[in-house]
Write a protein that binds this ligand. Structure first.
Ligand code: SAM
Ligand code: SF4
Length: 323
């Protein structure tokens, strides 16, 4: 469906849990967060109902995220049902990859088309530091299991942080040269635990400079490329992409809305304005009434965010919104 700024909104990001098996420094405090009480989390049946309703007004692409979506019990059965909904053309997953070694083939069998895997460093010690305890070997194994399972294109999300992994960009370039992996460098967003880390922000232009990539080498040939700008230098099996939410935001082509684990529809990542679909579901509203609620939220999607010049004053952390 179209919003009031003539953008076609057809992509729903669904957070199925706010819980996670890691504690990335830029996403969560060390002690974790106050988890949403179990009874407030949408059941899989409720999420499936919202997905069915949304396909009636043009939603076609769905990304399952979290917290860490693979830690939620029953996720494979849910994905299988979601993939079978008529109108669902693309079912994707964003994961930290820890559970991919054992789950990649099952995800493919369930109907997931592709995965985005968050991997900020290839160095075991740095990974432990960033994630506060994670084992990078599992994620790397998960990346290769995903390739074997055909969850392609496999994309790797790298949030670039000046005091941490900035120096590692060339190693990721080598990864894209040698394997069919699409590495996406992401600007650190001033959200939640990162709202005070402005010194750690690295603009995309500086990343490109370090990697020797010039604007005129950009291509957009990656399937489902989304807001990233891609580069595929001669001889590369994979590609390098940049997601610049801050220095060059992509609001004018934004095609997505977000559903939080507790059933709030969020028209914009950076606006705390939310529509309570959980209340609509649980007060016995009909599909038509819920569809109206959904559609009016999409219509109200703001023209753009103001992340670059407004302080983060949201009660939610990134893990509670889904990224
Ligand atoms: N747990 C899964 C994962 O890490 O892929 C899915 C949820 S996570 C919130 C989704 C994405 O948000 C990850 O790629 C993560 O790196 C990114 N993210 C979290 N906090 C961020 C921040 N402050 N700035 C930019 N990206 C962030
Ligand atoms: Fe968990 Fe993903 Fe947040 Fe890391 S970025 S703490 S893996 S939700």
């Amino acid at each position: 469906m179209q919003d009031q700024y003539q953008r076609q909104i057809e992509y729903l990001r669904i957070s199925v849990t706010d819980r996670c098996n890691l504690r990335c420094q830029y996403c969560m405090p060390p002690e974790g967060i106050q988890w949403i009480p179990h009874e407030s989390i949408l059941s899989f049946e409720e999420i499936l109902r919202l997905m069915r309703i949304s396909t009636q007004f043009g939603f076609r692409r769905f990304r399952i995220t979290g917290g860490e979506p693979l830690v939620r019990k029953g996720i494979l059965e849910f994905l299988k049902e979601a993939a079978q909904i008529s109108g669902v053309e693309d079912l994707m997953l964003t994961t930290n990859g820890i559970l991919l070694p054992e789950m990649a083939f099952d995800l493919k069998k369930a109907g997931v088309k592709r995965v985005n895997i968050s991997l900020d460093t290839l160095d075991a010690e740095r990974f432990r530091e960033i994630t506060r305890g994670g084992d990078v070997r599992k994620v790397i194994q998960g990346v290769f299991r995903s390739l074997e399972a055909g969850l392609a294109p496999v994309k790797i999300n790298v949030v670039v942080v000046r005091s941490s992994n900035f120096q590692e960009l060339p190693q990721f370039l080598e990864l894209a040269r040698n394997y069919p992996l699409h590495i996406r460098f992401i600007e650190l967003m001033p959200i939640g635990t990162s709202s005070e880390r402005r010194d750690d922000f690295v603009p995309i232009a500086e990343m490109k400079d370090v990697l020797g990539l010039k604007e005129d080498m950009a291509t957009r040939a990656i399937p489902g490329g989304g807001p990233a700008e891609y580069y595929q230098p001669e001889g590369f099996k994979g590609s390098i992409g940049f997601i610049s939410a801050i220095s060059r935001h992509f609001c004018s082509t934004c095609n997505r809305v977000r559903l939080t684990a507790d059933g709030k529809l969020r028209p914009c990542l950076h606006s705390s304005h939310e529509i309570d679909l959980c209340a609509a579901l649980r007060s016995g509203q009909s599909d038509e009434e819920i569809a109206d609620c959904f559609a009016s939220a999409v219509w109200q999607k703001p023209a753009q965010h103001h992340m670059q010049d407004e302080a983060w004053n949201d009660v939610r952390m990134m893990s509670q919104i889904g990224g």
